[in-house]
Structures are given as structure tokens and as C-alpha cells.
Design a protein around this ligand. Structure first.
Ligand code: IVH
Length: 685
């Protein structure tokens, strides 16, 4: 980040004012126009200027103050509640560790690496094992009493397992699940949802007279008083768990004791990688000297300890402007809103679109066009708009206009469910689905391209795929630009499509997540459309590549398609499980031989095909080759990786061949491959 020392004198004063204001808003109710990254960068620029101009430091400067000097409280802390210094990269972390060791004059005995929980710091005082008071961090010296909220915080027991006097310190936050639940409860009470979990936790802990209660979670990461302070930090965490407090040890991002800085960096990377999958938000990883002697000797600064540091991770929440809302119609007729955003970089990725779930959700969140909004993006999950920053409205915001008719076909919209849907349902997509189903990798119906599909749907002859198989010669001849020859050719192609093998008929249904290769696996596993339709989620999940979620989706989609499937069956489509008797001359398929299974000549092989095929394989498309590979028991894939065991390299094979050579993958020519698979080659027409 390019931050330090770029400020001029005038900019410095403005930067201080902006930081003070942002910190005040943040600690008041979480409302801020600055994201965490921007606030951190601003603070570093201020600190850079102050270092270069020590005589000009403004009294209200946030540097060196807990919570940026923004909050005060009235319950004094027994021992100051400090903040943490930040580092932003592997190098900065290594430098920090080296400087601590220089200061001690010896290596740090061991480190403890743990998640930096993104919530609110609290102190929980226990007397004789009973929770006596709960206090916020405040300015670090005194905090606010929030004992009224203690009963709603999981992991913060009212009574510990032993009657000890101890003050637990830790973080209170909403897990993602608790956050969603809290917003449901709030909106049911007519309140606006919380913008993000941390703001929500701050607001919830401090609110006293709400007519509803929502649950939060406590994670202990320290303790004051008692003999516990003499323990190694990792041992202290175990002791706190023993007393009944929740700690990060109960999560995948458990604290780990490390001996070398390399091990520290590795655990930091692991926790960072886990971030998106954790059930709660973290904004960094905390590295602490583990042994009490090292911590004691390193000591504390006025704002932060010298024995601990936060390796900050890029913020997952950013503030940007909601420019527009688009309405897209999915294959099943669902009309889904999508937010168009002023582009914003979140964790290195530019985000321009974000999901808005459904119209009811837009209403609940009270969003308007032109609003400043919180956008959340974690890992590879689709970014989502969380909530507007209502206090920043200028009056120029406009209501979001909901469509009155299906944006694709103009039909009425069924608004009876939360997710709106075109009243034609899947038929709204009739043309698109028919073109897809007739494609050469599915039912391969030559003559049924987009022009013809539109013509058939518009003439009212075809509303879905099954109707294609009921078309009569007279109906087709009555259409414009349909002569006898094209009619007969089309009817012949439709007739041939009836005997396409199961995997192609299944693929033609266009079920989400079932492309060609998944369809081949499903067909091979079940052997008939009836067996696929009879399968429950558990049975489907036995197919390689189908997880529990996809299995459930498949069951739902198959149920929705029941009528279409019945009618296709009546037409004899998808009932063939072996090769079609008379493949068309142009067939690019490889339908010969047994169904894919365990025992073929390619069993256990992960095969990639590249370059132009020649000899007996010349007529096969890439899909045809992949079908061939899978029928011979292998697994077809499109890219060469460490897992690849065989590359079929035809003429003009380029980078894939080079990569396979580099990885030492076995390479064969199309001719050699054809010999290997002689039995499985397609019947020549
Ligand atoms: S140690 C004296 N450990 O981060 C030690 N703090 O940015 C100070 N935080 O005020 C705290 N997770 O609210 C520590 N595992 C963790 C933490 C953690 C989150 C918070 C804490 C602190 C803030 C500093």
C-alpha cells in the first residue's frame, strides 16, 4: 500500500479530522464511509507525516490511541485493554518478529498464531466463578457497562466450572448464521437490517430496550488476574476452555503454537485460506509470543503490547455506490435482481456486480439506487450487497423499479413466492432450451438451430423439448421457408435423436451443473432415465463429482421436469442405453462398446486430449473423444495437471504437450491411442 509520508501539512490536518470522524462513527454504531483498508491506510499516512514532522502532531491525532481516541467509558479497567499493532505482509511480519527478538536479545521461545476475530472487545469479570460484569473496551482505560447483554452471548458462561476470580478478555461477534438470524428478527420487527456482522454486534451489545433478543458469540483470547497469567498463552487458552469459555480452539482456525517464524508464516497462510469458509468473520491473524517470560520482558507500549501483532487481511466489506439493478431471467424462469456497482476492489478483485437475492430482500434492506452500500465478498463466493448507509443519503437516491412483466418474454410474473418467476416458468426459456437440447453434443438434431427454434415456438407448435418429437410433416410444411426436403431431413434428424444414448438425452435437459461429462457419469452410474428419476439425493451423491448440495438440487430439478420427462419417455427419447442402430453419417459420436465403467483399458487413467485427431479418430469431436475416454474407463479432462496420467497429442498440439513433457506425463499419438482402444471405437457408418 502506498501510504506513508505523502501528505502535505494541509492534507495532514484534513486526514486527522477524517480519521477522528471515521473512528467516532465506527465505535458509535459502526457507520462509516471508510472501509477498514482505507482507515488503516489513512492512519499510516498520518503516522508517516508525524514521524517526519514531530513538532506538528495535532493533539486530536488518532495515532497511539486505543480506538483512535474515539470512545470513552465509565467503568475503569483493572489493567488497560490494549489494541494491537498491525502488519500487512509476510515481510512486515518477519521484520516485526526479528525486531522483537532483537529487543529480547534472544530468540522468542515459541509463538502462538490465532485468528483475529472481527467483533467487539469485551472484559468479563467473574467473582467466585460467577459472571459479575461485562464491559466494553472503551478507550482502553475505561469501558461501558453492557452486563444487560451477557445473557444473549453464547460461550460466555454465567458460571464457570470453578469458583475462580478472573477477568476474561475476548471478542463478541455474530457468527454468519447468527447475523442472518438477527437480521430476520430485526426486519420482522420493522427495523432495517444490520449492514454487516461487526456493526450489528456493536449495536446489539449496547442497545438496552429492544423488543427482541438476538444471540451473539464470545471468543476468549486472554485473561487478567489469577495465576493464569503465568501460563504460556496457548496453555492459557486451554485453561479458559476448561473453565467453560468458548475459544478459537473450537474452530478450524484453532490457535497453534509454533517454534520457528517459518511455521508462523505457514499457519498465518492456513488461517487466511480458511477465512471464507469459517462460520464467523476474521480480519486478520494475531501472532503472539507464547511464553509468559517473553511477554513480560517485551512489555507493553501505551497503545499495544510489544509481544503481539496483527497480520491484517484485506477487508471483505467495502462501501461503494449502487448504480443500477438488472433483472435476469434464469433457465427455470426465475427473475433474479443483480446489483450493478461502482467498481470496487475487494481483496484484490474488482467487484462490479453483486447478488441481491430477491425482490422481498431488496425491500427488507430498504435499498435505493444511488445509495452507498456495504458489499461483502469472501473467497470465491458471489459478492452480495448487504445494506445501505442510510445516514449518508443525499436525497438524490431513487427507488428501485421492479419489473411488471417478465423481462425476457413479457409474460406476467408469478410473485407468490419470494423468488419471482416468469409465469411461463421453464417455457420462457423454451427457445434457448430447445437450441441447447438440439445441439451436436446433446441430441444432435441437425436443422433445429436458433431460427427454426424461434419459428416453431412462435408458431405455437413447440413449447418445450417434448413437443419437438410430436411435430408432423404437415405442421412443418405449413411453415414459411420449409420445403419438402428440409421437412424430411428435419423429421429424420428428430427420429434419429430418439435413439441417442442416455447421457446425451440427459444432458439435453439442461439441468444446472450437468454438462456433458457429468451427464456421462450419471448415465453410466444409473443406466436408465427411470433409475435416475427414482434416485434420491443420497444415491445421486454416490456419483463422482456430485456433492450433497448438487444432489439435492438435482432431485428438485428432476421433480420439476417430471411432466417433460414423462412426455419424452412416451416419445421414446432417452430410453436407449446402447448405441443407436443407425448413426447418421455426420455423427461425431463414439457410442460403441460397453457403458463406461471400472474395468476398461483406461481404468485409473486421467486423460487429456489435445491437437487435431487423425486416422481412425479423425471424425471425433473433442466431446466425442472425451466420451470415448470415459467409456474405456478413464477420466477425461481438458487441462494438463499433476493428476494427468496420459496425453493424447494430435497434430499442432501446443502448450498442453509442453506442460505434459515438463510434468513427465505419458504422451501418445492419436494412432497409438486408437490401437489401445480398438474395441471401443465407434462403428463406422
Ligand atoms: S490480543 C493485549 N487476540 O483486535 C492484547 N486481540 O485490533 C490485545 N482481537 O483490541 C488483544 N482477535 O479486540 C487479541 N486473538 C486475538 C484477537 C484480538 C481479535 C481484537 C481485540 C483487539 C483488537 C486490536
Amino acid at each position: 500500500m502506498n501510504d506513508t509520508a505523502l501528505l502535505s501539512g494541509g492534507d495532514y490536518a484534513a486526514a486527522v479530522a477524517a480519521a477522528v470522524e471515521a473512528a467516532a462513527a465506527y465505535y458509535r454504531d459502526g457507520s462509516t464511509s471508510l472501509g477498514d483498508d482505507e482507515y488503516d491506510a489513512l492512519l499510516r499516512a498520518i503516522a508517516g507525516y508525524e514521524q517526519a514532522h514531530p513538532g506538528e502532531v495535532l493533539e486530536q491525532s488518532p495515532t497511539g490511541k486505543v480506538a483512535g481516541g474515539a470512545v470513552q467509558g465509565d467503568v475503569p479497567h483493572s489493567v488497560p485493554m490494549l489494541s494491537l499493532d498491525n502488519v500487512f505482509s509476510e515481510d512486515e511480519l518477519a521484520d516485526w518478529a526479528a525486531s522483537l527478538e532483537r529487543r529480547l536479545g534472544r530468540p522468542v521461545a515459541a509463538w502462538c498464531v490465532e485468528p483475529k476475530l472481527d467483533g467487539l472487545a469485551v472484559a468479563a469479570r467473574y467473582r467466585a466463578g460467577r459472571l459479575h460484569r461485562l464491559i466494553t473496551r472503551g478507550d482502553g482505560l475505561a469501558g461501558e457497562e453492557i452486563s444487560h447483554a451477557a445473557g444473549d452471548v453464547l460461550g460466555l458462561p454465567a458460571v464457570l466450572s470453578e469458583p475462580v476470580d478472573i477477568e476474561l478478555r475476548g471478542e463478541v461477534l455474530f457468527t454468519r448464521e447468527q447475523f442472518d438470524r438477527a437480521n430476520e428478527v430485526r426486519t420482522a420487527h420493522g427495523a432495517l437490517p444490520f449492514a454487516n456482522p461487526r456493526n450489528g454486534a456493536a449495536g446489539t451489545l449496547r442497545a438496552k430496550d429492544r423488543p427482541y433478543r438476538v444471540e451473539l458469540t464470545f471468543f476468549a483470547y486472554g485473561a487478567v488476574g489469577a495465576a493464569e497469567e503465568e501460563l504460556a498463552h496457548s496453555a492459557l487458552l486451554a485453561r479458559l476452555a476448561e473453565l467453560g469459555a468458548n475459544t478459537a480452539a473450537s474452530t478450524d482456525a484453532a490457535p497453534v503454537r509454533c517454534v520457528t517464524v517459518e511455521q508462523v508464516q505457514e499457519r498465518v497462510a492456513q488461517i487466511a485460506a480458511l477465512r471464507a469458509a469459517l462460520p464467523f468473520g476474521i480480519d486478520g491473524v494475531v501472532v503472539k509470543a507464547d511464553e509468559a517470560a517473553d511477554r513480560r520482558e517485551a512489555g507493553n507500549g501505551s497503545r499495544a503490547p510489544r509481544w503481539a501483532v496483527a497480520r491484517k487481511l484485506a477487508a471483505e466489506h467495502k462501501v461503494t455506490t449502487l448504480l443500477d439493478v438488472e433483472w435476469n431471467v434464469g433457465r427455470t424462469g426465475i427473475i433474479a435482481p443483480r446489483a450493478v456497482l461502482e467498481p470496487v476492489v475487494i481483496d484484490g478483485v474488482t467487484v462490479t456486480y453483486a447478488t441481491l437475492h430477491n425482490p422481498a430482500d431488496i425491500g427488507r434492506r430498504g435499498l435505493m439506487l444511488g445509495d452507498r452500500v456495504f458489499v461483502h465478498r469472501a473467497g470465491d463466493v458471489i459478492p452480495r450487497v448487504e445494506a445501505p448507509l442510510v445516514e449518508q443519503r443525499t436525497g438524490a437516491e431513487r427507488p428501485i423499479v421492479f419489473p411488471e412483466a417478465c423481462p425476457r418474454c413479457g409474460e406476467a410474473i408469478d410473485t407468490s413466492e419470494q423468488r419471482w418467476r416468469c409465469s411461463r416458468g421453464r417455457n420462457c426459456q423454451a427457445v434457448a432450451s430447445i437450441i441447447y437440447a438440439a445441439g451436436r453434443d446433446q441430441l444432435d438434431i441437425e436443422g433445429l438451430g436458433s431460427t427454426r427454434a424461434v419459428q416453431l415456438v412462435e408458431a405455437g407448435l413447440v413449447a418445450d423439448l417434448a413437443d419437438v418429437f410430436t411435430l408432423t410433416r404437415d405442421q412443418l410444411l405449413a411453415l414459411e421457408r420449409m420445403g419438402e426436403t428440409s421437412t424430411d431431413n428435419l423429421l429424420a434428424a428428430i427420429g434419429a435423436a430418439r435413439s441417442q444414448p442416455l447421457h446425451r438425452a440427459f444432458c439435453a435437459l439442461g439441468i444446472r451443473g450437468t454438462g456433458r461429462s457429468m451427464s456421462r457419469r450419471i448415465a453410466a452410474h444409473f443406466g436408465s432415465m427411470a433409475a435416475i428419476r427414482a434416485a434420491d439425493a443420497e444415491t445421486l451423491a454416490a456419483v463422482d463429482g456430485i456433492g450433497p448440495e448438487k444432489a439435492r438440487l438435482l432431485v428438485t430439478e428432476l421433480a420439476e421436469l417430471a411432466d417433460l420427462l414423462d412426455r419424452l419417455e412416451q416419445q421414446g427419447v432417452g430410453t436407449a442405453v446402447t448405441e443407436p442402430q443407425a448413426p447418421s453419417p455426420a455423427a461425431d459420436t463414439a457410442e460403441g462398446g460397453p457403458l463406461p465403467g471400472e474395468g476398461g483399458p483406461l481404468a485409473g487413467e486421467a486423460v487429456v486430449v489435445t491437437g487435431a485427431m487423425t486416422g481412425p479418430l479423425a471424425a471425433l469431436s473433442r466431446n466425442g473423444m472425451n466420451e470415448l475416454v470415459e467409456r474405456a474407463g478413464g477420466k477425461a479432462s481438458s487441462s494438463v495437471s499433476k493428476r494427468t496420467t496420459l496425453l493424447v497429442a494430435g497434430e499442432k498440439a501446443g502448450s498442453k504437450r509442453a506442460k505434459a513433457e515438463e510434468l513427465g506425463v505419458r504422451i501418445v499419438s492419436p494412432d497409438e491411442f486408437a490401437v489401445l482402444l480398438a474395441e471401443h471405437l465407434p462403428t463406422q457408418g
